[in-house]
Design a protein around this ligand. Structure first.
Ligand SMILES: [Zn+2]
Length: 442
């Protein structure tokens, strides 16, 4: 799957690289970093290191070094959907995208709704992790078979280490059931991830010129807003319950979230790169990857989500990486929903940074440290710190944008809504402790 060869290197020096951090207002001058046994020894200048003592010297060449990313919403399709993605292909895509850890979604075949299926998924991932040391956390379903009727056995799954539950792909429609879910979250301490979509609307695309042209049913924002409003009303009764809104697509959804945060409820939300970068009017009907759930909305929504991300109201970015085999992505009207995102997330955020829409410290935060903290792995992932395992990504900026191509995708599926869009960033090298992957320069 991958054209790159991983190098296992116990001691190396990276020279002449610009280190981007969460705290600085601007990128610092070029730095030299030494890594031994996978642990960062120091960040200094040329004078701090004796280059001849280092068996491997990596030329940073003025590129930017960022903390490796953490993706809290990935459809790895494990177990059971090998035609869409495998653990191996997913981890390759993550490494190519500069991502060191991810949370995978439970809408698999069978659904991850009990400890037996969870164990099956974990075993498949463990096999792939030999040589691809991306950390993978599993979420589990809220309801059996994600049918929205009967709750899973939360206690046994929490006992097995699951801390995130979701019926992602569908929203939980039943009020009484949602209330019971929050009661369980309050009691057991797990986080509820809601795919906010009141079922039964039949919409395909948000209102746009393309939606009118295709004459498909409109997927209105009210479908998303209404479920979040309902959930926050229920959540208020359970102060220890934790609620997270997946892939917010409408700026109006941010209004009740703003109020709930001000009230001190334990609520967080995320947005996906495609909703930050594209609108419904950008949809190209020759590429069914533009059809995703929730759909691309207006420029007003896109700009509002960017503003929310920059201000901190939106907590972090998640890709909603949703690979599909080409057979179910054929015609636009009948295609399955979803775009991939692991390979492209950083490159898209980088383009937003280059356009002045996202600051560099906030980019590091929303791509790496904030999702790492959300997943409870912030002590291992999401920042570049001395005396810690070195997990980082080196990014090259092209002078002019080069179209994103199928060859830039390293998962099994090739459904990306970013194909043919000129982008300036390219991942040049990923570092995960003792392992590093150097990619062919574009
Ligand atoms: Zn979803």
């Amino acid at each position: 799957v991958s054209p790159s060869i991983p190098l296992n290197v116990s001691k190396y020096l990276i020279k002449n690289v610009t280190v981007a951090k969460q705290t600085q207002a601007q990128a610092e001058p070029a730095r030299w970093l030494g890594v031994e046994q996978g642990v960062l020894q120091g960040i200094g200048s040329k004078a701090d290191w004796n280059e001849s003592e280092w068996p491997i010297v990596i030329e940073g060449d003025g590129m930017t070094l960022l903390p490796a990313g953490v993706d809290p919403q990935v459809h790895m399709r494990v177990p059971g959907q090998k035609q869409k993605e495998t653990a191996d292909s997913c981890l390759h895509a993550a490494i190519h995208g500069g991502i060191s850890a991810l949370l995978t979604m439970p809408n698999t075949k069978p659904v991850i709704d009990c400890v037996q299926v969870l164990a099956q998924g974990r075993a498949e991932v463990a096999r792939a992790q030999h040589g691809l040391p991306v950390e993978v956390l599993f979420s589990a379903a809220l309801t059996k078979g994600q049918r929205g009727r009967e709750l899973v056995d939360f206690a046994s799954l929490v006992q097995s280490g699951v801390r995130f539950f979701t019926d992602d792909g569908v929203g939980v429609a039943d009020d009484a059931l949602m209330s019971q879910i929050f009661a369980q979250s309050h009691a057991l301490g797990f986080t509820v991830l809601q795919h906010a979509e009141v079922p039964g609307h039949g919409g395909i695309l948000a209102p746009s010129s393309v939606q009118e042209h295709l004459a498909v049913t409109s997927y209105d924002e009210e479908v998303e807003v209404a479920m979040v409003v309902r959930d926050l009303k229920l959540l208020a009764r359970y102060p220890k319950a934790k609620y997270h809104v997946l892939h917010v697509s409408s700026v109006r959804t941010l209004e009740p979230i703003t109020v709930a945060k001000a009230q001190g409820l334990q609520v967080t939300c995320e947005v996906s790169p495609h909703h930050l970068f594209l609108t419904g009017d950008d949809i190209r009907i020759d590429n069914p990857a533009y059809k995703m759930n929730p759909p691309l909305r207006s420029e007003h929504d896109r700009a509002g989500l960017i503003a929310g991300l920059q201000s901190g109201l939106v907590d972090f970015v998640a890709t909603d990486h949703a690979p599909h085999e080409s057979e179910v992505k054929g015609q636009f009207k009948t295609a399955a929903f979803g775009t991939t995102g692991l390979d492209s997330a950083l490159v898209i955020l980088w383009e937003l940074y280059l356009r002045g829409q996202l600051s560099l410290p906030r980019l590091c935060d929303v791509f790496a440290s904030a999702p790492a903290n959300f997943l409870g792995i912030g002590d291992q992932h999401g920042s570049i710190e001395v005396a810690r395992t070195f997990r980082a990504v080196m990014l090259k900026t092209l002078e002019t944008g080069k179209p994103w191509e199928v060859s830039d995708l390293h998962g099994l599926a090739k459904n990306s809504c970013f194909l043919n869009i000129p982008l300036r960033g390219r991942v040049a090298q990923t570092f995960l402790g003792c392992d590093t992957w150097k990619f062919a320069s574009p």
